[in-house]
Design a protein around this ligand. Structure first.
Ligand code: ZN
Length: 411
């Protein structure tokens, strides 16, 4: 996906603004000998930025405008060490709300809806983003915040909420609770807007069928604005990204080069109009791909696939990048295969081989299943593994996260 002339002009403005502000980021660009962005080559010369750069700028080193223009900060929940602080101007807050409003509109939500918001409020960007977009749309907001499930359900029934905003795990918890209490006929939900977590197709189906609602995935991260920079439409063919606010690239995480549309790689984001803390070529470590072609909805906003995992999870084999999640999906679609598997990659006699160990019940014909899985991997991912089907219980179990990929190739 090529960067457009309009986007280039916007990046040029962002770069010049940063250099003039002489903030942490502006100095980084100046050190790299950058003064403007006139064309695609200039753009590709822009250095990537990383979460560590943002931490190094703690607390307010990212601020690119005079302090009197900053109206708010948000902070990403750093699990370890120093958090990242993102300052927002009034326009940034408004732009974010505008993007979030567009998300709701793409999901077919209107000012007649009643939106129950369960993500947290505060330093985290979640709850307040959901709220501002909903208010801009003119919907009735029920700002619950997280937890207190009995109260959530009470309000959901009494207020006749039609939209639930939640993380996937909380949406599942609510769905199970509604089922358990047998109160589904008192619930008026039609749609769910789900943010901030990676989730599997099985979980998604469970939530949508238990509640009888349509689900929409929202994308975004605090470093950029927060959730709300993209969402899937009703055709569910990937998340449309608002590329009039954020330019999206997909790169090979090892080489840093852009990959062709349709290929998986790491999402890199550049803000196009942000004032408080513009980010240039920010590496998200989220892995996805651009979905080529046009969406049946007719929207020109580019689409990305479901987030496949973190860049550290990616496996490279015979020139093909793939994720364990793709193997999981293939197993999930073959009823004879269990969910346990292991991938072992080795290098023998000058060539790489990939063995896929899969468990199945003793009643299954192992050879047939192995052939089927090998051809599924070939057609869906692009290489032929050596599939070994073994009896249930043979593969190692772990109390912690099970190691799925063992790479014995020597670097
Ligand atoms: Zn669409």
């Amino acid at each position: 996906m090529k960067i457009s002339d309009t986007q280039l002009q916007m990046v040029d403005r962002q770069v010049k603004r940063l250099i003039a502000a002489d903030n942490f980021y502006g100095r980084k660009l100046k050190d790299a000998g950058i003064s403007e962005v006139r064309n695609e080559e200039d753009f590709e010369r822009l250095p990537f930025s990383h979460k560590q750069d943002l931490r190094d700028a703690y607390p307010l080193g990212l601020m690119a405008v005079p302090e009197e223009e900053i109206v708010r900060i948000h902070s990403s929940s750093g699990t370890t060490g120093i958090p990242v602080i993102i300052p927002y101007t009034a326009k940034d807050v408004d732009d974010w709300a505008e993007m979030f409003k567009r998300c709701y509109e793409f999901a077919g939500i209107t000012n007649k809806d009643r939106i129950q918001i369960t993500p947290g409020y505060g330093l985290w960007t979640a709850g307040i983003g959901f709220q501002l977009g909903a208010e801009k749309l003119g919907s009735m907001v029920i700002p619950m915040g997280p937890g207190n499930t009995p109260k959530q359900l009470q309000f959901m029934m009494d207020m006749k909420s039609t939209v639930i905003c939640a993380t996937s795990s909380y949406a599942l918890l609510l769905a199970e609770e509604i089922e358990k209490q047998g109160i589904k006929d008192k619930i008026c939900l039609k749609k769910g807007v789900i943010g901030s977590e990676r989730w599997g197709e099985k979980m998604r189906k469970r939530i949508s069928s238990t509640l009888g609602i349509e689900l929409y995935d929202i994308y975004g991260l605090t470093e950029i604005y927060g959730p709300g920079i993209g969402i899937n439409c009703k055709y569910d063919t990937g998340m449309h990204i608002w590329d009039d606010y954020v330019y999206i690239e997909i790169i090979d995480p090892e080489t840093g080069k852009n990959v062709p549309d349709g290929e998986f790689g790491e999402i890199v984001l550049t803000t196009l109009v942000k004032e408080g803390a513009p980010l240039i070529r920010y590496r998200t470590h989220d892995m996805s791909r651009i979905i080529p072609g046009e969406c049946p909805c007719g929207s020109k906003y580019p689409r990305i696939d479901v987030i496949q995992g973190r860049s550290d999870d990616m496996v490279k084999f015979k020139g093909v990048n793939f994720f364990p999640k793709q193997i999981e999906e293939i197993l999930a679609q073959n009823a004879d295969a269990s969910s346990e598997y292991q991938i072992r990659i080795s290098h023998d006699d000058g060539r790489d081989t990939l063995r896929l160990y899969v468990e199945a019940e003793g009643s299954v014909r192992f050879d047939d299943l192995a052939d089927k899985l090998a051809s599924d991997v070939k057609s869906r991912i692009g290489f032929t593994p050596i599939v070994k089907v073994v009896e249930i219980g043979v593969l190692p179990r772990s109390m912690k996260k099970t190691q799925r990929v063992i790479d014995e190739r020597v670097e």
